[in-house]
Design a protein. Structure first.
Length: 289
């Protein structure tokens, strides 16, 4: 099954009836020929009745088996198309490239990444993340390498808003700090691949400590998402190093979304905090005499 629909099934799995979970289990195994799939075949292989298949489809927000099959088919075609090498290379540098073309290449890549966010980011997950941060006593942020700069930006923005935010650049300190969190706290893990060991471990540790957790990543089925209460997915494209170089653009946009979303939750209060801390920041600026 395609990763997008697979993510939706896993997300709603616990709310399904036991018989409907059998349908989910069969589809999640990926052992299905979508082109030849019929309701009779699906019911037989999942060892359930045909009405159960229909109930499963409706539980996924679809009107019946026909819509379920169409969903699987359309996502399979999309997945096959996006796996082609020509589609995967969004930014490349050739030996004979002209220097004058570099700005266009870089900006075009960033624009595509930003458009991808709009296609993949769940409004429900975004609102949930804003609510989680707003209610948190303190916000603990974990990230590494390129994502570290994004984590520092998020921490700074939250502190300007008057929130208690912390980011350690050292992976060991991140896991250690996560272990000190409590039920009133929030942990945010930022990782383009969603598989950075220290970041995943920090979010896992935070959840075990009772904190609410948020993951910012590029993939809906990334390992870090197992430990997240809210998942902010910026893309869901195949991992290519050249794209990860530009991951900051997508991640920083999500940080700006969270910042703006929080501002709307308490506009007067946060605006006052921003003005106060803005005056503090001005003290560190060189003033012309």
């Amino acid at each position: 099954m395609t990763s997008k629909f697979s993510f939706k099934v896993r997300k709603n799995y616990k709310q399904l009836r036991p018989s409907e979970q059998k349908v989910a289990d069969f589809l999640l195994r990926g052992d299905v020929d979508v082109m030849e799939l019929t309701i009779e075949t699906l019911a037989k292989k999942a060892e359930v009745s045909q009405p159960t298949v229909i109930r499963f489809a409706r539980a996924m927000g679809l009107n019946g088996f026909k819509e379920l099959k169409n969903q699987l088919l359309s996502e399979k075609l999309k997945s096959d198309s996006e796996s082609e090498p020509a589609r995967m290379i969004s930014y490349s540098v050739q030996r004979d490239d002209k220097l004058v073309d570099v700005p266009l290449k870089v900006i075009s890549t960033n624009i595509r990444q930003l458009e991808n966010i709009l296609k993949n980011l769940s409004a429900y997950e975004f609102i949930k993340a804003v609510e989680i941060i707003r209610k948190g006593r303190k916000v603990f942020i974990a990230a590494a390498e390129n994502s570290g700069a994004v984590a520092a930006d998020l921490a700074t923005k939250l502190m300007f808003m008057g929130l208690d935010a912390t980011f350690y650049s050292d992976g060991y300190q991140q896991v250690l700090g996560a272990s000190n969190l409590g039920k009133e706290d929030v942990a945010v893990g930022i990782s383009y691949t969603g598989a950075t060991v220290s970041t995943v471990k920090a979010l896992e540790t935070a959840r075990e400590a009772g904190a609410a957790t948020i993951a910012i990543t590029n993939y809906e089925d990334a390992p870090i998402n197992r430990y997240a209460d809210a998942i902010l997915c910026s893309g869901n494209e195949p991992y290519i190093y050249s794209k990860s170089v530009f991951s900051r653009c997508a991640q920083l946009s999500i940080v700006d979304m969270l910042y703006t979303g929080l501002l709307l939750k308490d506009f007067d209060g946060f605006t006052m905090n921003l003005e106060t801390r803005g005056m503090i920041a001005e003290e560190f600026m060189i003033k012309e005499k």
